[in-house]
Design a protein around this ligand. Structure first.
Ligand code: NAX
Length: 330
């Protein structure tokens, strides 16, 4: 049988963790014949670690055929030892009265420490997906704290936004979500992200052929996707967790298998200057991969409307980077 793949998850006792771990253990990332080791990382806090113990008990109780080992810890050097994939989910949410700068500063310290611990302890083929918000900038910080790990191993998650956009377009066109392809999320995982309906396809043809309501596409469609996180909180009283865990699984799945012909997927990667985006920013682009090496899809048409939206989200990421540079985090 195959050698296990080792996956670290931070924030493992949190809401997303509670969905994500069970999906990983049942084969959602690497398939039904690939055993996994889980290394579960939580804060050095009694309540968090006790919660993690409970989650580990439930993982035991599933008797998952693919789950080779589970290792809970609050020591990040231990937690990242030998990991092939690091899913950085844990971060500190913005509390009442907390300034944006305080948030960047608190999370900045978490992600510099985790970047260093990954560099020191992970497997030589490690790949990192940051989910914890602000995910693009947290990823930028971790990547800059681990300079010996190639920049093409670092990803921040915009797949939930991609999936949300596909589902909105499918509902509007009256088709199944699988009919929607080539859905790019450009930029930041935030309210400035741009879900690019111009280049999306429905049943292989431009989405705009099936959806003629341009006013809806340029207005409510974009804002619904941008603000979906807040709408879920409003409805559920809790932030999106199962759908976020699902998107994390989709991201790893898509990055480890060849992209279907003529389609692409969205994930934030370190910009190489494509589409005029400043080099070094963690920016969500259309991506294709053969399952190991990935590339930014070039020559996707960007019209004036799209250009303005892409500029706005790039500007926001530049501001976030300036703030963390000023704080000495990168
Ligand atoms: P929870 O607050 O339920 O869980 C977070 C967990 O992280 C807690 O158990 C906490 O103890 C732990 N934690 C905090 N600091 C840690 C550290 N230094 N090391 C290890 N663990 C630590 O949040 P949850 O709903 O699970 O969301 C987690 C993160 O995902 C949040 O930052 C959230 O904003 C972000 N999201 C990102 C999304 C994306 O699309 N990129 C979508 C969903 C989600 O909002």
């Amino acid at each position: 049988s195959k050698a296990p793949i080792t996956v670290a998850v931070t924030g493992a006792a949190g809401q997303i963790g509670y969905s994500l771990l069970f999906r990983i253990a049942s084969g959602a990332l690497f398939g039904a014949d690939q055993p996994v080791n889980l290394r579960l990382i939580e804060r050095n806090d009694e309540k968090a670690m006790k919660g993690l113990t409970g989650v580990c008990m439930e993982l035991d109780d599933c008797a998952f055929p693919l789950l080779n080992s589970v290792h809970p810890t609050c020591d990040i050097d231990d937690g990242f030892t030998g990991v092939n994939w690091a899913l950085l989910v844990g971060s500190v949410p913005r509390g009442p009265g907390m300034e944006r700068k305080d948030l960047l500063s608190i999370n900045g310290k978490i992600f510099t420490g985790q970047g260093q611990a990954i560099e020191k302890n992970a497997a030589s083929d490690v790949r990192v997906l940051v989910v914890g918000n602000p995910c693009n900038t947290n990823c930028l910080i971790a990547m800059n704290s681990a300079k010996s790990i190639p920049t093409d191993r670092w990803f921040a998650m915009t797949r939930l936004d991609e999936n949300r956009a596909k589902s909105q377009l499918a509902a509007k066109a009256g088709v199944h979500s699988t009919a929607v392809t080539n859905m790019t999320i450009w930029g930041n995982h935030s309210a400035t992200q741009y879900p690019d309906f111009f280049n999306a396809k429905i049943n292989g043809k431009p989405a705009t052929d099936s959806i003629s309501d341009t006013e809806w596409l340029q207005g409510p469609f974009i804002s619904t996707v941008q603000k979906r996180g807040a709408a879920i909180i409003e409805a559920r009283g809790l932030s999106s967790a199962a759908s976020a865990a699902n998107a994390a699984c989709d991201t790893v799945y898509s990055l480890t298998r060849p992209t279907p012909a003529s389609d692409w997927t969205s994930v934030a990667v370190c910009s190489d200057g494509s589409y005029g985006i400043e080099k070094g920013l963690m920016f969500s682009f259309p991506i294709r991969t053969d399952g190991s090496k990935w590339e930014i899809v070039q020559d996707v048409p960007v019209n004036e409307f799209s250009q303005a939206k892409i500029k706005a989200t790039e500007d926001e990421l530049k501001e976030e980077r300036a703030a963390v540079t000023e704080l000495g985090l990168i």
